[in-house]
Design a protein around this ligand. Structure first.
Ligand code: PAF
Length: 283
């Protein structure tokens, strides 16, 4: 596997692959890779001749109040996981390589970025869309892989690709969970043993809501009420949001009569965790 630090190096290698008629799959990440990321890389390896994984903790998607420096990093472990999973290149640029010191162009979306995480993290998706756009321009993949764990991010990226006529396919991949139900996340490492137990209220609420909808409940507010009650019963949990939106447009809705996303964000101590389910359509 190639470890590449420069944009020119990635472009040169991908150009060579493409000249040989090889397809390129891409998995953008912020590193500290776990089985969730690994499932994306596996799928990319299955579906493409060559696979590029990027590991870049993108400063512009963190608000000043969010602790960018504390974001967990382990490049050696990431390299090992990528190599073992069959990736061909790991792109790990420095911040300066990506943004220099005169960066002024941003991709700012409306609508799909407004609800859910967009409310509590108003500058987040601008940072995500800008870096993903740059990464797509650097790697020029045929397909890029995103986890349904960040369901709004998946919807936002799909919309950006559609709106800007970008030439690639976005593949959404299912949430990977720990055996006890907790959705895998790099942020789970922030949890103390007590918080780790408390964090199970997220998946408990998600499974309960999903069961109600699968059993035919059409009243979204009822579903959200039950889910909220489950979360509020846990003293270490503090709700950021428990919401239902139309899947793809991310508009708040109350009735289940088309594809919907039910998404939650909950603080367990200081750690903000998210989880969700989609009903009526594959992610
Ligand atoms: O999902 C993530 O890890 C990040 O938001 C992404 C897509 C790699 C952009 O920095």
């Amino acid at each position: 596997m190639i470890l590449e630090k420069t944009i020119d190096g990635v472009k040169k290698q991908v150009k060579e692959w493409k000249a040989q008629g090889l397809s390129v799959g891409f998995v953008p990440t912020m590193g500290f890779l776990h089985e969730g990321h690994q499932s994306l890389i596996k799928r990319a390896v299955e579906e493409n001749d060559k696979v590029v994984v990027s590991v870049f903790v993108n400063p512009i998607q963190f608000a000043p109040s969010e602790d960018l420096e504390a974001y967990p990093r382990d490049l050696d472990a990431d390299m090992k996981l990528c190599e073992e999973t069959g990736a061909d290149m790991l792109f790990n640029p420095e911040v300066f390589e990506m943004y220099g010191d005169t960066f002024t162009t941003f991709v700012d979306m409306t609508g799909v970025t407004q609800e859910l995480c967009g409310k509590s993290r108003p500058t987040h998706f601008k940072g995500v869309c800008t870096v993903v756009n740059k990464l797509f321009n650097i790697v020029t993949p045929d397909k890029a892989y995103f986890g349904q764990k960040d369901a709004q991010q998946l919807a936002v990226i799909r919309r950006m690709v559609r709106d800007l006529n970008m030439n690639l396919k976005i593949v959404g991949c299912p949430i990977i969970r720990e055996q006890d139900g907790l959705a895998k996340s790099s942020r789970n490492t922030y949890l103390s043993a007590e918080e780790r137990k408390a964090a199970l209220v997220l998946s408990k609420a998600i499974f309960a809501g999903q069961q109600m909808v699968q059993n035919g409940e059409k009243d979204g507010d009822k579903v959200l009420r039950i889910m909220t009650d489950i979360i509020e019963a846990e003293p270490l949990a503090r709700i950021d949001y428990v919401e239902m939106v139309k899947w793809d447009t991310i508009e708040v809705c109350h009735e289940i009569n088309g594809p919907i996303l039910v998404a939650i964000a909950v603080y367990i101590g200081k750690t903000r965790l998210i989880d969700n389910f989609i009903y009526g359509m594959e992610g």
